[in-house]
Write a protein that binds this ligand. Structure first.
Ligand code: ADP
Ligand code: TRP
Length: 325
């Protein structure tokens, strides 16, 4: 049985880009037979950038609720909060002592973040070692990640490899799974949808706010009567990602024929999202309003994760000389 593990940042409420680009593909992967998936919310990593406790907690719950809303099977798989198995920070220390300092200074994501952020803390610098501990402490075989995380995976392999080289086969060395078929979802301004660009679509909002969000998609000033080019329009680009072939063909012909305004297209997009994701939106709200139940689901996963993590931690401690063999 292959063990697949991935961490999900809890740095904001999940948006349509996260859903189509990460949540749905990862859930599909977890549904393949013969795999066991460990998906966790990387809420310790979030502290590198989020310093407001309420925001941290709210984001963590919202990310969990989104995964549950999209049908992640928490009975078959393991779903947990990173911070609830705090031994991962102990594991991180052991790994720190096998991590060459220059490896961290060469990390692209640290260079990028330290140029962008005003709070450049040591947590940002050692972020990849905590990530290596996340992976190595659970004997993961495969780690689905986006391109930006490939270097972190290489570091994980190097750190694990250094320990194995020194002591023999102690840790499982993971492989990255890069899904090239995942598309980049455009935001309300046509750039990549991202929290950092403020161009996201939050499908879990109430109807009124969702409608307002969709009405904010940027369009040009072609008058209502004039024919429009669907292929340069951000509204159409989003509709195309979500609609059926027939729906998309119909909107295309409306654009080309004229007398169809961007307001009409936005209204159609709003209705499509409401219809397509009706059950997911309902489940999300259900968990956000029933936090005890949400917490219980996570605690069940945490008990299972702890069992695996403890075994690997003991194995490493014995190897290092902290526990009698
Ligand atoms: P953001 O850019 O909003 O900060 P994250 O970097 O936290 O999003 O991304 C979380 C996950 O969602 C990653 O796996 C990432 O690849 C995926 N993702 C984020 N934005 C998009 C997008 N616009 N299109 C496709 N996938 C995306
Ligand atoms: N760094 C990852 C990201 O930004 C999140 C993450 C933390 C992760 N620990 C992980 C991903 C372990 C995979 C495995 O998306």
């Amino acid at each position: 049985m292959a063990r697949i593990l991935t961490g999900i940042q809890s740095s904001g409420r999940p948006h349509l880009g996260n859903i189509l680009g990460a949540i749905i593909p990862a859930i599909k992967l977890s549904e393949q037979t013969g795999n066991q998936s460990l998906f966790f919310i990387a809420d310790l990593h979030s502290l590198t950038t989020i310093k407001e406790p309420d925001v941290l907690k709210e984001n963590t719950d919202a990310v969990a609720a989104a995964w549950l809303a999209f049908g992640f099977d928490t009975d078959k798989n393991i779903f947990y909060r990173q911070s609830r198995i705090p031994e991962v920070t102990e594991f991180t220390w052991y790994l720190n002592c096998f991590t060459p300092y220059p490896m961290l200074t060469n990390a692209h994501s640290f260079k990028d973040k330290s140029n962008r952020l005003s709070d450049v803390n040591a947590g940002l610098f050692t972020y990849p070692v905590l990530m290596a501990a996340d992976i190595l402490m659970y004997d993961a075989n495969f780690v689905p990640v986006g391109k930006d995380q490939i270097q972190h995976l290489e570091m994980t392999r190097d750190i694990g490899g250094a320990i194995n080289h020194h002591f023999g086969e102690v840790l499982v060395i993971p492989e990255a799974l890069l899904d090239e078929s995942v598309m980049i979802i455009p935001g309300t301004d046509g750039q990549k949808m991202s929290k950092s660009y403020g161009n996201t679509i939050d499908i879990f909002q109430k109807d009124k706010a969702l409608r307002k969000n969709i009405m904010s998609v940027i369009t040009d000033s072609t008058p209502l009567e004039a024919p429009k080019d669907p292929d340069t329009c951000h509204v159409f680009a989003l509709y195309k990602l979500l609609g059926t072939e027939e729906q998309v063909a119909e909107m295309r012909s409306n654009y080309l024929q004229g007398n169809y305004g961007y307001g009409h297209a936005k209204q159609a997009l709003f209705e499509l999202i409401k219809e397509k994701y009706a059950s997911q939106r309902e489940t999300f709200v259900y968990y956000m309003e029933n936090r005890t139940e949400l917490n219980r689901k996570l605690e069940e996963g945490e008990a299972k994760a702890r069992e695996i993590g403890h075994q690997v931690l003991q194995r490493l401690k014995k190897t290092l000389g902290y526990v009698l063999k």
